[in-house]
Design a protein around this ligand. Structure first.
Ligand code: C5P
Length: 209
């Protein structure tokens, strides 16, 4: 039977990860944060002192990635997200990681995938597609609060500038740029609680199930 896919896309700090986890728990579906796959490749290159922009070298890392060894805590560092968006522009890297992401979902009856290109490229025929977004200012404030909440130091203006730079790189790349799929349900989380976003997502998913 065709696997049931919930595709959740959107920019950094839009709330897509939180929503994806909430949806996955509610429906008991396995969840893949595809951003981690790009982050894992970037981290492997950084650890080995290899360049981030050499396509054959980066693609080789991507081909050998084992999804089971990805550790969200280790990969969540800000610098790794920045490096990930650099390796993510290379088509050979994307091809290898998209293949791994598809294999993950095809082995399951149902799953939730979140990222930038799930509804447009990875699973264009996903049964439920959501595109989660919020203004850059709201997203930067969330990141800021998150870091401060964990006892860290943060500079709002710097976070905002970095987010805009990453948005620019993700939306303007030639291969699989970040954009809503034509048939995606848009959720603006700028002024919305997680619960309200979840209820909107649930309505769509229940209808598709
Ligand atoms: O979502 P996260 O911030 O972990 O993603 C890190 C980077 O990986 C993004 O900025 C983007 O460049 C890339 N990415 C992607 N396609 C995905 C998921 C992430 O290009 N499906």
């Amino acid at each position: 039977m065709k696997p049931f896919i919930v595709a959740i896309d959107g920019p950094a700090a839009s709330g897509k990860g939180t929503l994806a986890r909430r949806v996955a728990i509610h429906y008991g579906m396995p969840h893949l944060d595809t951003g981690l796959t790009y982050r894992a490749v970037a981290k492997a290159l950084l650890d080995k002192g290899l360049p981030l922009d050499d396509e054959p070298i980066a693609a080789d890392e991507a081909l050998h990635l084992d999804l089971r060894t990805m550790d969200k805590n280790i990969l969540s560092a800000h610098a790794i997200g920045e490096a990930a968006s650099k390796v993510a522009v290379m088509p050979a890297v994307r091809r290898a990681l998209v293949e791994a992401q598809r294999n993950f979902a095809r082995a399951l009856p149902a799953s939730v995938l979140d990222g930038r290109d799930i509804g447009t490229v990875v699973f264009p025929d996903a049964q439920a597609k959501l595109y989660v977004f919020a203004s850059p200012e709201v997203r930067a404030k969330r990141r800021y609060d998150e870091i401060i909440g964990k006892g860290g130091a943060a500079d709002y203006a710097e976070i905002l500038a970095d987010l805009k730079k990453r948005d620019e790189r993700d939306t303007t790349r030639t291969d699989s740029p970040l954009k809503p799929a034509n048939d995606a349900h848009l959720i603006d989380t700028s002024e919305m609680s997680i619960e309200a976003a979840f209820l909107a997502a649930k309505k769509l998913i229940d209808h598709a199930l």
